[in-house]
Design a protein around this ligand. Structure first.
Ligand SMILES: O=P(O)(O)OC[C@H]1O[C@H](OP(=O)(O)OP(=O)(O)O)[C@H](O)[C@@H]1O
Ligand SMILES: O=c1cc[nH]c(=O)[nH]1
Ligand SMILES: [Mg+2]
Length: 208
């Protein structure tokens, strides 16, 4: 699996602001969306294009168009919704496949409660969105669902990951590419990422 940590100064600066303990819901939400935009720019850099001739102001001109059935964006409820707007700003025509999974607070196992995957999934690149990759259980369950549905190309966009979770996903799915702003130090006993961001879903939805 290839893991791409995006070290662009804008990405690192915005992540640093998100780590501040007293950040408001409004600022956390806005930054999650901005980071999603920047990370998507990186994650889509190998999308295939094809030439097309259009009529420009000075006559015909050859331009590039993204080829084929393109992308389905896959926000994982709930926190992944905080990244959706930013990604759709970059890829307005993307189909959205919604996956509802929460992590059981005691066992840390993923619990699935909603799945709606876009059509022609075998022809699309799936871009999974979730701010946090902790134990990796949620991402593994999501990748399994997408592959069972026929998806052949999968990337994930996260803000922060724990090394433990990344390693687990890498072992099971070496073909999946991950883009993120930081690989943090470790998980704590409750499965939270350190130094991390805290509970990203609660911070995005203001439920803390
Ligand atoms: O890698 P894992 O150990 O599986 O943990 C990561 C998951 O935990 C969080 O979701 P949460 O369960 O808090 O759901 P929420 O988005 O509804 O708050 C986070 O947004 C990921 O989906
Ligand atoms: O650190 C973590 C781990 C899981 N989910 C979160 O929102 N934060
Ligand atoms: Mg949560």
């Amino acid at each position: 699996m290839s893991v791409h940590v995006v070290r662009h100064p804008l990405v690192q600066h915005k992540l640093g602001v998100m780590r501040q303990h007293d950040i408001s819901t409004k600022n956390f939400r806005e930054l999650a969306s901005e980071l999603a935009r920047l990370l998507t720019y990186e994650a889509t850099k190998d999308l295939e294009t094809e030439p097309e001739t259009v009529q420009g102001w000075s006559g015909s001109v050859q331009v590039e168009r993204i080829k084929g059935k393109k992308v389905t964006v896959v926000p994982i409820l709930r926190a992944g919704l905080g990244m959706l707007d930013g990604v759709l700003d970059m890829i307005p025509g993307a189909k959205v496949s919604v996956i509802g999974i929460y992590r059981d607070e005691e066992t840390l196992d993923p619990v699935r409660y909603y799945v709606k995957i876009a059509g022609n999934i075998e022809q699309r690149m799936a871009l999974i969105l979730d701010p946090m990759l902790a134990t990796g259980g949620t991402l593994l369950a999501t990748i399994d669902l997408l592959k069972e549905a026929g998806c052949r190309k999968i990337k994930g966009v996260f803000l922060v990951a724990a090394p433990e979770g990344l390693e687990r996903v890498e072992k099971a799915h070496p073909d999946v590419e991950i883009y993120l702003a930081s690989v943090d130090e470790r998980l704590n006993a409750q499965g939270y990422i350190l130094p991390g961001l805290g509970d990203a879903g609660d911070k995005i939805f203001g439920t803390k």
